[in-house]
Write a protein that binds this ligand. Structure first.
Ligand code: CA
Length: 225
């Protein structure tokens, strides 16, 4: 696949490229916002690996530019653990996935492959799993092609489950993803239980499979029943 690595930290950018080339990809680099905009205007990539904090602009604006031009390039965000809001914004405006720094190269490679395997649905960004389809740019959830109405938190939660399919997700990471740093941390995250319960109830009422499993003592896992 043809990839563009947008990362201002040159040693990291180099290391990513070298790893991905060995995996058989064609890899180009952009070290700032302007280079990335130019390269994406002139070329089509299967996937952009995009750092959000660039010296001359924000990676988020690169995503906005791609979407404005209806570019089909997939986007995988690389972000610092602290920039949760950006991560969430990135997914909302059409990024396909994100990976927090630091990460393992093997994980990056697996994510790129998974992002590129996703169907492009009429030019919309789509996350899908069995009968569930999420159009991330329209923020619509379809179950068996029927539109399901979710609250904002339920929607965010479902997206989070889908992009972390088959992984155990701790309650802490859910809180961090859905509420960012604004949450007052307490010993108990029981309030999540209500959101998960409501989401599950809505999914089941649309004859959706029961994919959300409780992993006692840890959190949840979204996977085949
Ligand atoms: Ca950076």
């Amino acid at each position: 696949m043809k990839l563009l690595i947008v990362e201002d930290e040159r040693s990291l950018s180099r290391a990513i490229c070298e790893y991905l080339k060995v995996e058989g990809h064609i890899c180009e680099e952009a070290h700032n916002y302007h280079e990335a905009i130019k390269k994406t205007a002139d070329n089509t990539y299967n996937c952009l690996v995009l750092d959000l904090g660039l010296p001359d602009g924000s990676g988020l604006d690169i995503i906005r530019e791609l979407k404005k031009n209806k570019a089909a390039d997939r986007v995988l965000i690389l972000s610092a653990r602290s920039s949760l809001e950006d991560k969430i914004t990135g997914l909302k405006i059409g990024a396909d996935d994100y990976l927090s720094k630091p990460f393992h190269m093997a994980e990056l490679s697996a994510r790129i492959n998974s992002v590129c395997r996703r169907d492009n649905f009429n030019g919309f960004n789509e996350l899908s799993f069995n009968e569930i389809k999420i159009r991330t740019d329209a923020q619509e959830v379809l179950i068996n092609d029927k539109l399901l109405n979710l609250t904002r938190k339920e929607y965010d939660l479902l997206v989070f489950f889908m992009i972390n399919k088959d992984r155990v997700i701790t309650k802490e990471s859910i809180v961090e993803h859905l509420w960012g740093d604004n949450v007052i941390l307490t010993d108990s995250f029981d309030f999540i239980y209500t959101h998960v319960k409501n989401l599950r109830k809505k999914l089941l009422s649309y004859n959706c499979g029961n994919y959300i499993k409780v992993i006692y003592g840890f959190g949840y896992k979204f996977s085949e029943p």
